[in-house]
Design a protein around this ligand. Structure first.
Ligand code: SF4
Length: 393
């Protein structure tokens, strides 16, 4: 998961977003997402559910991916957990509720974090390098990772998090106002705000702004296929290469994530993979070797892989920072499998922050952290030898 700076989600309502959201009432809150219900005008009137007669909030929309069952039950078909949900109950992610036999998302337009970031921060290193991405999140997640960087917003109930009503059209306008080339659905897990992402990406495409998803890849195949019609690039957090890690530390499974990666690649969307290397939990060289072999064999050597350095946080404060020697060993293992674009993240100044030409080995993009220092790319080709560099440039 991409880390959101603490200041960003506590006070980070950017100027362009405020200006386009709802005019003067929101401008009173121009430095904050405190957004009390009374201060923000309703863009959507409260509505009544037809069957239960309950008042629905302006953040509530009927879910796109579910089936109604007998006795008022519904089954959510958005992610592999496939929750069966009784009336007045929510699915495991806590952001979808069965109201009178109809399933609703509770986080449509419920933006709890928004920021303009360099696309490199996602990280996407081969997708329009040097451009800005209008980045947003709503509360919630379908995983419970014990090492989550943004647990304050990903593991909370929507009603417990300060949020602001921002419609898909508002997001697109704000992205345009901030001269962003893309909109990034990030910080929490965008699958759980699927309807918001889907609608925003569709409107963004019509306005000439790309959409990129920064995801754990834990999404059902039909929902993914539909979404891919509107996305240009996806970064997947591959948490580990063992099912036991997924079950123990994330409350998920490995196979659906690998299936999602294969589907994204088959649909020819730009894909990058990030692996957070956590000492003793997923850093076994044999596991990295299996992962690198799978990537090379199943999705090809041109998909960039980023090994990210772990820092103790959330429920894993007992573990040390990832040693540089471990990250360097991961790089070497991937090289042995012929992977062409291998990066080390959360380690500013590391030589593997740069993109090297797979043919002549000269640096084609030099970086420090998220920032580009120099490029030697000509129409997507290496400036030194002319070799085509994989990506969207
Ligand atoms: S998206 Fe949420 S409600 Fe739907 S199946 Fe996944 S965890 Fe359950």
């Amino acid at each position: 998961m991409e880390e959101l700076g603490r200041r960003t989600f506590l006070t980070g309502c950017i100027k362009g977003l405020c200006a386009c959201v709802a005019g003067s009432a929101v401008l009173r809150h121009s430095d904050s997402f405190a957004g009390t219900d009374t201060a923000i005008p309703l863009s959507v009137s409260p509505d009544k559910d037809q069957k239960s007669g309950k008042t629905l909030s302006r953040f509530t929309r009927e879910a796109m991916e579910y089936v109604a069952k007998d006795n008022g039950l519904v089954q959510c078909t958005l992610c592999p957990k496939m929750c069966i949900v009784a009336p007045d109950m929510r699915g495991i992610c806590g952001v979808r509720e069965n109201i009178g036999g109809t399933y609703y998302t509770l986080v449509h337009s419920r933006v709890c974090a928004a920021h303009v970031d360099p696309i490199e921060k996602k990280p996407l290193f081969h997708f329009k390098p040097g451009s800005s991405a209008f980045s947003l999140a709503t509360p919630g997640c379908n995983f419970t990772c014990t090492f989550c960087q943004n647990w304050q917003i990903s593991q909370a109930k929507p009603e417990d998090i300060r949020s602001q009503y921002v419609s898909p059209a508002d997001v697109v306008s704000a992205a345009k106002g901030e001269r962003c080339q893309s909109i990034a659905y990030t910080y929490t897990e965008p699958t759980i705000f699927y309807e918001m992402m889907y609608e925003t990406a569709k409107i963004g495409n019509e306005a000439g702004i790309d959409s990129v998803s920064i995801s754990n890849g834990y999404i059902a195949q039909p929902a993914l296929e539909k979404l891919l019609d509107h996305l240009k690039a996806i970064k997947i957090d591959l948490k580990a290469f063992t099912d036991s890690f997924y079950r123990t530390y994330c409350a998920g499974e490995l196979k659906p994530v690998l299936d999602a990666i294969k589907t994204i690649r088959a649909r020819e969307k730009w894909l990058e993979i990030v692996v957070l290397i956590i000492p003793t939990l997923n850093d076994n060289p044999k596991e990295i070797d299996e992962m690198a072999r799978w990537i090379a064999g199943e999705i090809g050597p041109d998909v960039p892989i980023h090994f990210s350095r772990f820092h103790p946080q959330y429920k894993l404060k007992n573990l040390p920072v990832t040693p540089m020697s471990t990250l360097n060993r991961c790089v070497e293992i991937c090289k042995e499998h012929g992977l062409r674009y291998i990066y080390v993240g959360n380690a500013p100044g590391h030589p593997n922050e740069n993109t090297y030409c797979p043919s002549c080995s000269k640096p084609v993009i030099s970086r420090y952290g998220y920032f580009i220092r120099s490029t030697d790319l000509k129409d997507g080709n290496c400036g030194a030898c002319g070799h085509k560099i994989a990506g969207v440039f």
